[in-house]
Write a protein that binds this ligand. Structure first.
Ligand code: DMJ
Length: 720
């Protein structure tokens, strides 16, 4: 019976050969499939250039990571076919190969990085140590210091938790009014001081905008450089006071002007010292307070110009720098010498600049000056004479004073120590020894003198319950050593400039580590004594204003050496510090009494404040009768000093403000009263970071830029 296979049409019945053909075709199909699979599976793996399959080599290297297995691709196109004839699939293949190779490279790099990281972690400590050692060699050579002293930054919390030392000081308090009355009175006074600040500021603004200073009597601007507007000294000096007094609109207006319109590149020389304490100090302080990056931009340019004055072959100071050319010069009258006050009063500003722009150059230059001063004054307990020779870097005079030509050097030893949070042992050593040398050798006590107070003085002092009239005082002040070091001071002269010393003693009492309690108390007492003597320079005069210099007699009141009052700040500065460390309202009364005299004798009825030529004047000028810039009774010097805006008014204001405003745990004031933030740090940390980044020694010369562009573009948004 024929078998009908349902797979075939009925019309084609199978025959005997059909089965044979069917098996034949099965065989052909099987063989074809086998060949195809062989080509596909075995051949496709191919050989790489090393004769090893990519897959195998990859697997060997990455056997533990299945995610990194390569695709099954082969290199070099189809064998035996020229590359030009490669098919589209081959091109895709090539791309895949390339990608794979890249993956391999990336992977290898990752692998190397991993290994490097492991090694780095392993040797981290040794590396760090080695780097520090290498760096410290540079630092030690520079500073003449020895030993391992690199310390880390303190944390913000640690900084904020830093407390001042308790200053034992137990004077009976002078005022015991009801606390709430006192509070109201202070608020009113604070408001008044702020109004008067605006009185001075607005006058400057309308008459002398952009100039250095205001001539408030003749109502004209004053420039430090003829034919130009000068360096905008009053603007720089007012910045942080405007900010502190919350005069925001005025503050912003000045920042915008200085940043966008003001031309700093004046073709004239300016004192390196004056420009540092005013322009650099002012802009840095305002930057630290406000965080406005424009102010740091200004500061970096000012710093770049001024550092030219220190880029000398032996690191000594050229006291003038041309703001356009950066050319330097020295004042002829100095005869090839540097003033100690100038050598030693650039540090707060340049060190702060270095910190912000993260370039150690500026810090190094001024720190070098510190090592010059240190070695020159070591044998005198770090009390330096007034001059150093520019060429030898050694002391070149034999007079010692805390007054003009030396003053702020002393101030900056203590203030640098405060600025760096007491972490610099060398500064601590210098400050400790210097303070005790001053205390033991330079403080004069004049046992008997009295001043003959005018009727007005008497009434003022009676009102203040001060009861000082015709009273015998002990005048205490820093005297002047002439000739031989170690001899007792030879003059009885006291300059107004020296009156900062009361505040310096107070600040030292507040901040210096390792002082025995008794010494701390003695310093606070000396701070008070000097401040009181200086306040009496005011109270003893008919006008209630202090002369520029007095002679302190043994049996009589102050006699006047120089009878002008130049709106100077030093006495209200010391009063401010004494109030802060004791909170005794007596000091507030002293400050207010002086401010009252200022308002009576120095205030122009049309705006602004002026110094006076003779403090002996007693008749208060009648504003109604002051016409054409003249008063019937007072002769003015016709100058609203820029430091009146930065120092005098600020210290008076802060004496009445809550002590949390610009508290002394966080801020230290430069010699122009610009506030710098205290940072507990080793400043050489900046050098260390620089070295890490640049792999070289810190440079000694600033980059030769055109001064117009930002030198540190990475700073934007970098630091607050
Ligand atoms: C200020 O410019 C600074 O305080 C400087 O250190 C010396 N004195 C004047 C103000 O009297």
């Amino acid at each position: 019976m024929p078998v009908y296979d349902h797979r075939y049409p009925v019309s084609s019945p199978p025959d005997q050969h059909f089965k044979i053909r069917k098996y034949f075709w099965y065989l052909v199909l099987g063989f074809t499939v086998f060949m195809f699979l062989r080509v596909l599976v075995f051949r496709v793996g191919g050989d790489d250039d090393d004769g090893q399959t990519v897959a195998n080599s990859y697997r060997t290297k990455n056997s533990r990571n299945s995610l990194t297995q390569p695709p099954f691709i082969r290199t070099g196109g189809v064998p035996g076919r020229p590359r030009a004839e490669n098919t589209h699939a081959d091109i895709i293949n090539d791309n895949l190969v390339q990608q794979h190779q890249q993956d391999q490279v990336v992977h290898q790099q990752q692998h190397q990085q991993q290994q490097h990281q492991q090694n780095h972690e392993k040797n981290d400590e040794e590396d760090e140590h080695a780097k520090k050692q290498q760096l410290l060699k540079v630092d030690d050579a520079l500073l003449g210091m020895k030993g391992e002293r690199l310390k880390e930054f303190f944390t913000v919390e640690q900084r904020n938790n830093r407390k001042p030392y308790h200053v034992p000081f137990n004077r009976p308090r002078m005022f015991d009014e009801d606390a709430s009355d006192k509070k109201k009175q202070n608020e009113k006074r604070l408001q008044k001081i702020r109004e008067e600040y605006l009185w001075a500021w607005n006058s400057y603004k309308h008459i002398a905008w952009g100039y250095d200073e205001l001539k408030p009597v003749s109502k004209t601007p004053r420039s430090w450089v003829d034919g130009t507007k000068g360096f905008a000294m009053t603007m720089f000096d007012s910045l942080d006071t405007l900010y502190i007094m919350n005069l925001t609109a005025e503050f912003n207006e000045v920042v915008t002007y200085l940043y966008s319109t003001f031309n700093l590149y004046i073709n004239a020389g300016c004192s390196t010292f004056e420009a540092t304490i005013r322009l650099l100090g002012g802009s840095l302080s305002a930057y630290e307070l406000s965080g406005d990056i424009r102010l740091l931009r200004i500061a970096e340019k000012v710093g770049w110009i001024l550092i030219a004055g220190l880029e000398t072959s032996n690191g000594m100071l050229k006291d003038h720098v041309n703001f356009k050319t950066r050319g330097t010069s020295s004042m002829g009258w100095l005869n090839g010498n540097n003033l100690v006050s100038e050598l030693g009063s650039l540090q707060l500003e340049f060190r702060t600049l270095s910190f912000h722009i993260r370039d150690p150059l500026y810090d190094m230059r001024v720190t070098h000056l510190m090592s010059v001063l240190k070695s020159g004054c070591k044998s005198h307990g770090y009390v330096c004479p007034t001059m150093f020779s520019y060429s030898t870097g050694r002391p070149s005079s034999s007079g010692f004073t805390l007054g003009g030509m030396a003053d702020s050097y002393f101030e900056y030893i203590v203030k640098q120590y405060v600025l760096t949070g007491g972490v610099e042992e060398e500064l601590e050593k210098m400050a400790t020894e210097m303070m005790s040398t001053i205390h033991d050798n330079m403080i004069v006590e004049s046992t008997v003198f009295r001043y003959e107070a005018s009727a007005e003085d008497i009434s003022r002092h009676n009102n203040n319950n001060n009861n000082n009239q015709n009273k015998t005082f002990v005048a205490v002040y820093p005297g002047v050593w002439g000739g031989q070091f170690g001899a007792k001071p030879t003059t009885t002269a006291l300059e107004h400039l020296t009156c900062f010393a009361g505040g310096m003693f107070a600040l030292a009492a507040l901040n210096m580590k390792n002082l025995p309690d008794k010494t701390r108390q003695t310093y606070a007492q000396r701070g008070h004594d000097i401040t009181e003597t200086c306040a009496n320079m005011y109270f003893s005069q008919n006008s209630g204003l202090a002369p520029e210099q007095v002679e302190i007699g043994r049996t009589h009141a102050f006699s006047i050496d120089k009878n002008e009052y130049r709106l100077r700040p030093e006495t209200v500065e010391s009063i401010f510090y004494m109030w802060r460390i004791t909170r005794d309202d007596m000091y507030r009364e002293w400050s207010w009494t002086i401010f009252d005299s200022l308002m009576k004798f120095c205030r122009m009825p049309w705006g602004g404040y002026s110094g006076v030529v003779d403090v002996g004047v007693s008749q208060v000028p009648d504003p109604e009768r002051m016409t054409n810039g003249r008063s019937s009774s007072v002769v003015y010097d016709d100058l609203q000093q820029s430091y009146f805006m930065s120092e005098t008014m600020k210290y008076i204001y802060l004496t009445f403000a809550d002590p949390s405003l610009m508290n002394l745990e966080e801020w230290v004031f430069n010699t122009e009263s610009h506030a710098m933030r205290i940072r507990q740090r080793d400043p050489r940390r900046v050098w260390y970071e620089w070295k890490e980044k640049n792999g070289d020694k810190p440079r000694w010369i600033a980059p030769k830029m055109d001064g117009v562009h930002a030198f540190y573009p990475e700073l934007d948004g970098f630091y607050k």
